[in-house]
Design a protein around this ligand. Structure first.
Ligand code: FE
Length: 182
């Protein structure tokens, strides 16, 4: 692929206009909001890129929206991270790969976290294995990039605000370029 960033932006523009799994924002709005929150938090470029691309796996497969309603877990985090791995290194791909595990971790580790999830996020959690048990959570904190995945997860949950104003995709072009490995 000549220009993976252009490919990703085209994908977000053309295929990211579906509602984001039962939320009041589109998939692309959701990912822009997550990236904006990461940037405002002073996150490193690789983590801003991960926030922007964390759900790209949803756009890379063909099952359409609301698949959780059909009882399907598309493992979008694996699909997205594997695809991104051709163009970005682990600082980008691993927070993406672990952002579902981070939700399962936070539901175990942080009282009240589960209660704060949206209904759609609670529903997908069950398909993703439910909250971690204590042993799984203890293992997760030692996982490389686990802490970054937890940070990403918090932006993910917060990035569901209808009509929020964010920078456009182009705003993040230089950030993506800076962390591109090829
Ligand atoms: Fe998300």
């Amino acid at each position: 692929m000549n220009d993976p960033i252009q490919f990703l932006f085209d994908l977000l523009r053309k295929r990211g206009n579906n509602a984001y799994f039962g939320e009041a924002v589109t998939e692309t709005e959701h990912m822009l909001q997550a990236a904006d929150l990461a940037e405002r938090s002073g996150a490193p470029e690789a983590l801003i890129a991960a926030a922007l691309l964390h759900d790209i796996g949803h756009l890379l497969h063909e099952r359409g929206e609301r698949i959780a309603d059909q009882g399907i877990d598309a493992c979008h985090e694996q699909l997205g991270a594997d695809w991104l791995g051709t163009y970005f290194d682990q600082e980008v791909t691993e927070p993406v790969r672990l952002h579902v595990a981070a939700k399962r971790y936070l539901c175990q580790a942080e009282p009240g976290y589960y209660a704060g999830l949206s209904e759609a996020s609670k529903q997908s959690l069950m398909l993703q294995g439910g909250p971690m048990d204590a042993a799984e959570a203890a293992a997760f904190v030692t996982t490389p990039y686990g802490d970054r995945a937890v940070a990403l997860r918090r932006w993910d949950e917060a990035a569901k605000v209808p009509d929020a104003v964010t920078p456009p995709l182009e705003h993040f072009q230089n950030t993506l370029k800076a962390v591109l490995k090829i």
